[in-house]
Write a protein that binds this ligand. Structure first.
Ligand SMILES: [Zn+2]
Ligand SMILES: [Zn+2]
Length: 577
């Protein structure tokens, strides 16, 4: 085992024998020569930050399609300098990415040449695949009638969802699956008609749950299984329960706010589980389900033999990757790999059964490509230029040898060359930097300060400048009071968010959803609501802490200074079952 110091933050981390074995296996053989990938120079956290700086998951802007000049919605700000096509044009045969082919220039660093190529080749405005009536979304596939959903698949009539799948008629959900007729969920599965539920599964007709399974008609409960008619973990008769629920009048905005505070105070009285690892063997991290042999991984389902993964579903033999779904194998340092891809290295956005890609961006159904951007159905390309198999292998070997001399081989694309400003990306959500820091100092690597891009302007997406405004704290407190006339007024106004003071809007289908589910009108913008939801979730970091019951040493995502009571797995299970 080798102990290394991170080149960016100085933290020490280990590169184990299993890691060496994995790196050996995944190092590509090109032109009969094995091109060994060196051990990483950054710690897992800094690698994750670097990858996230390439993902703009939620910021949308108004722009113009560079092909048709038609107005579009886009993840690229007007000043990004990238060539953006409407995604329908981008996926069509009206243009060819091979028209941008270039020769390798051995006098320039690789990352500089790659950044130049990315500025030449068009990118799609949004990633919307096989979806219907869902224009105001990004990174979605197989969705219908969705609005402001980011990073989801198979959703229907759903709003403000992130990283969720197979759900319908719901709003405000994060990393959840099979959710129906529900509102405000995080890390939940198989929920029906539930509101404000966290880390729970298979519950129905309930409000304010955490760590509950198979419960119905419960309010404000923690850690219950198969419970019915419980309030604050206390059982009531059906009649008493209904009466109490009526008295609580949760659908009134002011009451609801008081109960949200009450729920969070109630949670502080309960003993929490150190981590959530379900039906899995030899794993460490948090929110791990049906997985084996996974280390330092968070929010993963059905994963095998992998390490440093964040939000993966059904993959194996993967290290250092974020946002990847469905049958992927042998992947190292990538973001956004979807649909049956194999052996992908240091790449971002790879779709549709791609394989053997190294340093590629935005690729679909392509094989054996090196340093390419935006290719569909291609093979043996370098810098978007096609070669014979023999020539491809010879040139790639030469480039890799060159990259070894510039210390770029084995490094993921640097933050400074990202297509997005740091504060537009998921990196800002998980590794927030403030304005000054990002403008002044930035990142000290290899004895150099490197500047990150930073966006200083706000661009409200959906608000015409002359639109009348309503302060959110003046909205009706009970959705039952939503008259036809008031609804008309809401739809023609910008609402000023109580927290951020930025304008947001309601859509007709969203108001219908609130009416149907009896939800009082939110007074904060969906972005603020998302950030608050993210704050409720534990960080993706394991701390050393002692069990509050038996005092055994344990790893947990609850930092030692947090006020919750936290039990080891054994003590938690003794308490619950
Ligand atoms: Zn580091
Ligand atoms: Zn214990």
């Amino acid at each position: 085992m080798e102990t290394k110091a991170c080149k960016q933050c100085g933290t020490s981390y280990s590169f184990t024998e299993q890691d060496t074995e994995f790196y050996n296996k995944i190092s590509p053989t090109i032109n009969w020569v094995k091109q060994n990938i060196p051990s990483p120079s950054l710690c897992p956290d800094c690698r994750q930050q670097r990858r996230l700086s390439w993902i703009n998951q939620r910021k949308l802007y108004r722009g113009t399609c560079a092909f048709s000049n038609k107005p579009i919605l886009s993840i690229y700000s007007p000043e990004s300098g990238y060539k953006i096509y409407d995604y329908k044009v981008w996926w069509s045969d009206q243009w060819s990415p091979l028209d941008y082919g270039q020769n390798f220039d051995f006098s320039k660093p690789f990352f500089q040449q790659f950044e130049e190529l990315m500025k030449e080749v068009p990118y799609p405005n949004l990633s919307i695949i096989n979806s219907e009536n869902s224009e105001f979304n990004h990174n979605i596939a197989d969705c219908k009638n969705c609005y402001m959903c980011f990073g989801n698949n198979n959703l229907e009539n759903t709003y403000y969802a992130s990283e969720s799948m197979y759900s319908s008629n719901s709003s405000d959900i994060w990393w959840s699956g099979k959710i129906e007729n529900s509102y405000e969920m995080s890390s939940c599965a198989n929920m029906y008609k539930c509101y404000y539920c966290y880390n729970s599964d298979s519950c129905s007709d309930s409000i304010f749950l955490q760590n509950c399974s198979w419960c119905n008609n419960c309010i404000m409960c923690f850690g219950l299984q198969n419970a019915k008619y419980y309030i604050k973990n206390k059982q009531y008769s059906k009649e008493e329960f209904e009466k109490k629920k009526q008295e609580m009048n949760l659908w009134n905005y002011n009451n609801l706010q008081a109960y949200i505070t009450d729920f969070h105070n109630f949670l502080l009285t309960q003993a929490h589980k150190c981590t959530t690892i379900v039906n899995s063997e030899n794993c460490n991290g948090d929110y791990i389900f049906d997985s084996n042999n996974c280390e330092n991984s968070f929010n993963i389902v059905g994963v095998k033999n992998s390490k440093n993964l964040y939000e993966w579903w059904r993959v194996s033999n993967v290290q250092d990757a974020t946002f990847v779904y469905d049958d992927e194998w042998y992947i190292l340092e990538c973001t956004g790999v979807f649909g049956n891809s194999f052996h992908i290295l240091f790449s971002e956005y790879v779709f549709n059964s791609s394989s053997n890609l190294i340093y590629c961006s935005n690729m679909s159904n392509s094989k054996n490509c090196f340093w390419c951007v935006g290719l569909r159905d291609q093979e043996y390309c370098i810098l978007n230029k096609q070669y014979s198999k023999d020539d491809y292998e010879k040139i790639v070997s030469k480039i890799i040898d060159y990259m070894k001399t510039t210390w770029e081989w084995g490094e993921f694309l640097p933050i400074s060359t990202s297509r997005f400003a740091y504060n537009e990306t998921a990196a800002q959500e998980y590794y927030p930097l403030d304005w000054n820091w990002a403008n002044e100092a930035i990142n000290f690597i290899e004895n150099k300060w490197i500047k990150y891009k930073w966006l200083n302007k706000d661009y409200p997406v959906n608000i015409p400048p002359t639109m009348p405004t309503i302060n959110a704290n003046e909205l009706i407190v009970d959705i039952k009071d939503l008259s036809e006339e008031y609804e008309k007024q809401l739809l023609n106004s910008a609402i000023i968010c109580e927290a951020s003071k930025k304008p947001f809007r309601f859509t007709k289908s969203e108001l219908d959803f609130y009416k149907k589910l009896n939800i009082s009108l939110p007074r904060k913008s969906h972005d603020v609501r998302h950030m608050e939801r993210m704050k409720l979730r534990n960080p993706r970091k394991l701390y050393d802490r002692k069990c509050d019951k038996c005092e055994i040493d344990m790893k947990t995502t609850y930092a030692p200074d947090r006020e919750e009571i936290v039990y080891c797995k054994a003590c938690y299970e003794k308490k619950t079952y």
